[in-house]
Each structure stands twice: as structure tokens, then as C-alpha cells.
Design a binder for this molecule. Structure first.
Ligand code: F6P
Length: 354
């Protein structure tokens, strides 16, 4: 009988429970495997915390947000409070009598997994993140849900922005990539979308807002949290230096508001959506996708194919070396069709790259 552990690491995202369920039920039904849940990501390995998951435990969780077994995004066993706990992780893996470990995580978690394979652990990775920024896969689960949450938020901000004739800035998550901002911006009918892949010129953004205010008396600007001004942060820096309370300036959305207010005589409001974007129930797309990925990872384990990550390519699931996904970021490429649409429609601008 195979004994297989499952772990969720890094920031949570909708669909984690669907993936856990896909892994566990497939392995239980196909090879009668015993499933062990490692608690709170790699912290569970460091602190030796895990529990057996029954078939019943993995039922009724498909639609739930968060993760049944908990997660942690600052528990790197290779550097935990300055110490290397990796041999302790391997010792606990051996003590549990594991044949394999399925890691559901983003680039950081999967790169830890990759390093652990070098200690002789059998690992299969399942990529997840709302940011959609992992290499070697066309999509990650959690992204679709985040995009629909942001789209709904833009719809709501539109009615209040329109009523008050304001410029409404919406700051999205996405870390250093602009996937969420671009997709939700298009879905929500944003007038301007600012993404890290194309640093923005404040004059250009101000002009777009001015034109839109002239024709429609309100405007929606979606900005990714990683977006940057093209002129090397000069405006933001000036504002920070001159502000009596710089700590209250907040993130890039708030900073853009300050920058625009210098150029425009309009009321501007900024909303940072924050962790709302990754809480709650996954969309049906993410439920299906995460279930498929989890179940596929289980088939890799059952057939003894380790040190692989499950990915989607050309709308098909396949697998690549774990190293391919580890520690890299996938930015929006220049030939991305949605980016092309946004540029063609004057919603995204700029061709400069970081
Ligand atoms: O990677 C997912 C993500 O939600 C990013 O979009 C965001 O920058 C980050 O995690 C937030 O991390 P934390 O949960 O540590 O605040």
C-alpha cells in the first residue's frame, strides 16, 4: 500500500481543497493509498505535524475556499529563522514511511520541493496561484476565481464612480506580473489598465483620464500591484518625500491617485482589493481545473513518476521537470492575445519593458 503525503504551501488560493480532494480520492480509489495531510505547509514538516486523511475527510470540500490542511508562506526548511531544517524534513518523511509527497504550491514552494528531491524525497508538484505567473504552464488554478472577484468589484466601483463622476482606481494583486489586472480589467470594461510588463507614463495616464472624463464624466483605472512608473519612481518619490504621513500613502493604487491629482482637477478614489481576491469559493472553472490537476498528480505518483510538476499546455495536461517551474516568473508576453486587444483598444499603452 502506498503512503502518500499532501502539502499546501505559500499563499492560499481558491481550488486548493479541490486539488487535495483530486489527489486523495484518485489515489485511494486506484491504488488504495493511505493519504497523510502535512499541516501548515513546510511548517508541518519542521514541527512534525501531520494527520491521516480519510475518504470522508476529503469529501464535501470541493467548493470550500482556503485549504483543509493549512498553509504557511514563510516556512522554508532550508532557511527557517536562519537555520537549515532540511534534514529534519527528510527524517520526518522517512519516519512517516512515505512513498511520495504531493506539493501544491507556487514558484517558491515548488522550488523548495525541487531542492528536497535532491535529498531523496519523491515529489510531484501541482502549480497554484491566483497570480497565473508560473513558468511551463499556461494557467494556474485560483486565477479564474481571482479574475471574477476583481471583475465583480470593478462592476460595483463603476456604478458608484459613475454616480459621483469620479476616477476610480482599482489596485489588484498579481505580484510582479499583470495577469489579474489585465484579464479583470478587460472583463470589467476598465478604461485604463496598468501592468508591470509596461511601465506607465503618468502624463499618458492623466491624458487618458482627461479624455474619458470629458466624454463620460467618470473613469475606471485598474493597476496591478507590481506596476511602476516609467520615469523611475520620480513622482512617487517626490510625494513620499513631501508627505507629512508617508506611511499612510499605501500601495501603488494610492500612489497613482496622488500622482494623478497633480495633473487632474477631478475627484479620485483608490480601492485596494487585497486578500478578498483569493478568499472564498472557487469558480466552476477552477474547481474542474484543480480537480483535474490533483487527479493527474495522483496518476503520476501511482505510476512512480517523481520530481515532476503537472502543467497545462495546449489545453492538455502534461508534466515537466519540477525544476522548470521552480523559482521563475512568467510575465505577460508581447504576443499575448488579451494584451494585444487591450493595446489595440487603447486600454493598455507603452512598449517599454523593465
Ligand atoms: O502570490 C499570491 C499573492 O496573493 C500575491 O498576489 C500577493 O502579492 C501576495 O500573495 C500577498 O501575500 P501575503 O498573503 O503574504 O500578504
Amino acid at each position: 500500500k502506498l503512503r502518500v503525503a499532501v502539502l499546501t504551501g505559500g499563499g492560499d488560493c481558491p481550488g486548493l481543497n479541490a486539488a487535495i480532494r483530486g489527489v486523495a480520492k484518485t489515489l485511494m480509489l486506484t491504488v488504495q493509498a493511505e493519504i497523510i495531510g502535512i499541516e501548515d505547509g513546510f511548517l508541518g514538516f519542521i514541527e512534525r505535524r501531520s494527520r491521516t486523511l480519510s475518504y470522508q475527510d476529503c469529501s464535501g470540500i470541493l467548493s470550500l475556499g482556503g485549504t483543509l490542511i493549512g498553509t504557511h508562506n514563510r516556512a522554508n526548511p532550508f532557511d527557517y529563522h536562519g537555520e537549515d531544517y532540511s534534514s529534519r524534513v527528510k527524517a520526518y518523511y522517512d519516519e512517516l514511511g512515505l512513498d511520495a509527497l504531493v506539493i501544491i504550491g507556487g514558484d517558491g514552494t515548488l522550488s523548495i520541493g525541487y531542492e528536497l528531491t535532491k535529498l531523496g524525497m519523491n515529489i510531484v508538484g501541482v502549480p497554484k496561484t491566483i497570480d497565473n505567473d508560473l513558468m511551463c504552464t499556461e494557467r494556474t488554478f485560483g486565477f479564474d476565481t481571482a479574475v471574477s472577484i476583481v471583475t465583480e468589484a470593478i462592476d460595483r466601483l463603476r456604478t458608484t464612480g459613475q454616480s459621483h463622476k469620479r476616477i476610480m482606481i482599482v489596485e489588484t494583486m498579481g505580484r510582479n506580473a499583470g495577469w489579474i489586472a489585465l484579464h479583470a480589467g478587460i472583463a470589467g470594461g476598465a478604461d485604463t489598465i496598468l501592468i508591470p510588463e509596461h511601465p506607465y507614463h503618468i502624463d499618458q495616464v492623466a491624458q487618458a483620464c482627461r479624455t474619458r472624463m470629458g466624454s463620460h464624466q467618470f473613469s475606471i483605472v485598474v493597476i496591478a500591484e507590481g506596476a511602476k512608473p516609467a520615469d523611475g519612481n520620480v513622482c512617487v518619490r517626490e510625494i513620499l518625500d513631501n508627505s507629512p504621513e508617508p506611511q499612510r500613502l499605501g500601495g501603488i493604487g494610492e500612489q497613482l491617485k496622488q500622482q494623478l491629482s497633480v495633473h487632474l482637477d477631478a475627484e479620485i478614489r483608490a480601492t485596494t482589493l487585497g486578500h478578498i481576491q483569493r478568499g472564498g469559493s472557487p469558480t466552476s472553472f477552477d474547481r474542474i481545473f484543480a480537480t483535474n490537476l490533483g487527479s493527474y498528480a495522483a496518476t503520476l505518483v501511482a505510476s512512480g513518476q517523481f520530481n515532476r510538476a503537472v502543467v497545462q499546455k495546449g489545453n492538455q495536461l502534461s508534466h515537466v521537470a519540477l525544476a522548470c517551474v521552480a523559482n521563475k516568473t512568467r510575465f505577460i508576453p508581447d504576443d499575448d492575445p488579451t494584451l494585444g486587444t487591450a493595446i489595440a483598444m487603447g486600454i493598455c499603452f507603452g512598449t517599454e519593458h523593465l
